[in-house]
Design a protein around this ligand. Structure first.
Ligand SMILES: Nc1ncnc2c1ncn2[C@@H]1O[C@H](COP(=O)(O)OP(=O)(O)OP(=O)(O)O)[C@@H](O)[C@H]1O
Length: 461
């Protein structure tokens, strides 16, 4: 289904640019200003939070359902829909109790709390129809994954690696200072403008909770810290003890730090160290937990970067290097790799460091409140878009029943191509020290990374 030439208020949809587990993203042009925007259309699932209702089939069904709803919406309004804009401040101020009623708004609210940072995608409007919610954001033409893998943009420019990495750190630092933990930091959720400035997006898994519930939150396994994958709740019979252990073992903040370590490897080595930080399921990771120097065996790291990564990728989340420290060390590092163009990189002058890490918080103007539908308490309780029993909603419930019948499972969305084995790996590992034979199932994603730059022999010799 295509919605080119359909209009939402003054935004003319020109093409679809993204399809995630929870929404469809369109490129649009504001007909008054000619400015480009990205509009994410998301659909409310009644009463479910985002992390528990996804699986491979469910994802497909969700976007298909959203497409059907949009098609009906545009058809009924002859391709031009006019819908009210919700006051952004009232969304940003929504409480946990509000999120229970409108789970979809958690993502938007947490994103709005931090979008003033210069390296976080700005939300301009949130439009609420009876069918779905449209989030109007700044548009960026490329994501960091495509830039690293397809454009090979970072292979020769150490200064660019530093700039982008420091900007990501600065954005996350700002989030953490404001009590927002992203929990899904990965190159696909980092967008780039034409001047190589990076912008964090997709707050769909973000949380304000200081510790994160493990084993349920779906994210990309490549970037997920080990404690989120292998925390064994069943071990604790008392919920008090379990919560205490969780607080101690799964701090949300440290999970984002781990993801940053993997992104630093992506930027400098153009590959991922493992598919999943799970000792039982991933042999490379298993060997890494026994001996950190495995990283040097499988990646072309300089001594300085190896030393830095050893402090970031600490298995104990409490021992991971702080964001501030990480930023300083990346700024002063003089070599990322043991050979090639990234083996010599300049340390940054103080002024350049300040420029890269400056949050430049701007107070955005909020147009007059009369234009807006306020998301106050009464509004949420009686939100006609949410709770009214229209045919649309009835059908939605039926579809949701279909979704839940299809069964959902954690990690169901992983992009794993079990059939592909890199020649760098073998299917068995005879001795604990035989790192050159690390078995590893490569995903299409990993395959792309590997094909690009690092052939396997150069990594293991
Ligand atoms: N502001 C934007 N500008 C340009 N492209 C964007 C923008 N926001 C999102 N996209 C594109 O759309 C894709 C999906 O967006 P997003 O990650 O927000 O959706 P999602 O449904 O939460 O996806 P996921 O399944 O990864 O959680 C992104 O990976 C990106 O390619």
């Amino acid at each position: 289904m295509k919605f080119e030439d359909c209009r939402v208020n003054s935004y003319l949809i020109t093409s679809q640019i993204g399809e995630g587990a929870y929404g469809l993203v369109y490129h649009a042009i504001d007909m008054h200003t000619d400015k480009e925007y990205a509009i994410k259309a998301v659909v409310q699932s009644s009463g479910t939070s985002r992390e528990v209702d996804v699986d491979g089939g469910g994802t497909f069904k969700k976007s298909a359902r959203l497409q059907r709803r949009l098609a009906r919406l545009f058809k009924e309004s002859s391709n031009i829909v006019r819908i009210p804009s919700i006051d952004l401040e009232s969304i940003a101020n929504m409480s946990e109790a509000n999120f229970q009623k409108l789970p979809l708004y958690r993502e938007i609210s947490l994103h709005l709390r931090v979008h003033h940072h210069k390296n976080i995608v700005t939300i301009h409007e949130v439009l609420q129809s009876a069918v779905c919610t449209f989030i109007v954001m700044d548009y960026y033409p490329i994501d960091l994954f495509t830039s690293i893998v397809d454009s090979k943009h970072f292979t020769t420019n150490g200064l660019l690696v530093k700039k982008v990495f420091l900007q990501i750190c600065s954005a996350l630092d700002y989030c953490h200072e404001h009590g927002v933990y992203h929990c899904d930091v990965k190159p696909e959720n980092l967008l780039l403008d034409a001047d190589d400035n990076v912008f964090l997006c997709d707050f769909g898994l973000s949380t304000t909770s200081a510790y994160i519930e493990p084993n349920v939150c779906i994210g990309s396994s490549y970037y997920m810290p080990p404690e989120r994958i292998s925390f064994d709740s069943a071990k604790y019979s008392s919920s008090k003890v379990r919560d205490h252990k969780l607080k101690k073992n799964c701090p949300s903040c440290s999970g984002d730090l781990w993801s940053l370590g993997i992104i630093l490897i992506n930027l400098t080595c153009i590959r991922n160290p493992w598919l999943k930080a799970d000792k039982k399921e991933d042999n490379t990771f298993y060997y890494f937990t026994k001996d950190f120097t495995v990283l040097k065996q499988i990646l072309p790291l300089s001594d300085a970067l190896f030393s830095l990564l050893s402090k970031i990728l600490q298995l104990d989340p409490k021992r991971r290097m702080s964001l501030q420290r990480m930023m300083k060390e990346v700024s002063s590092i003089t070599s990322f790799t043991n050979s090639g163009p990234l083996s010599k990189v300049p340390p940054l002058a103080k002024s350049v460091y300040a420029k890269f890490t400056d949050p430049v918080v701007t107070t955005k103007e909020n147009p007059s409140s009369e234009q807006y539908t306020h998301m106050d308490k009464s509004n949420i309780d009686e939100n006609p878009f949410y709770s009214s029993s229209t045919d649309e909603n009835d059908q939605g419930r039926e579809e949701e029943q279909e979704d839940s019948d299809s069964g959902s499972g954690s990690f169901g969305t992983l992009d794993t191509d079990a059939g592909f084995h890199s020649s760098f790996t073998s299917t068995s590992c005879d001795s604990d020290n035989d790192y050159t034979k690390l078995p590893n199932k490569m995903s299409l994603f990993e395959k792309k990374f590997n094909e690009l730059h690092m052939n396997t022999s150069s990594l293991t010799n």
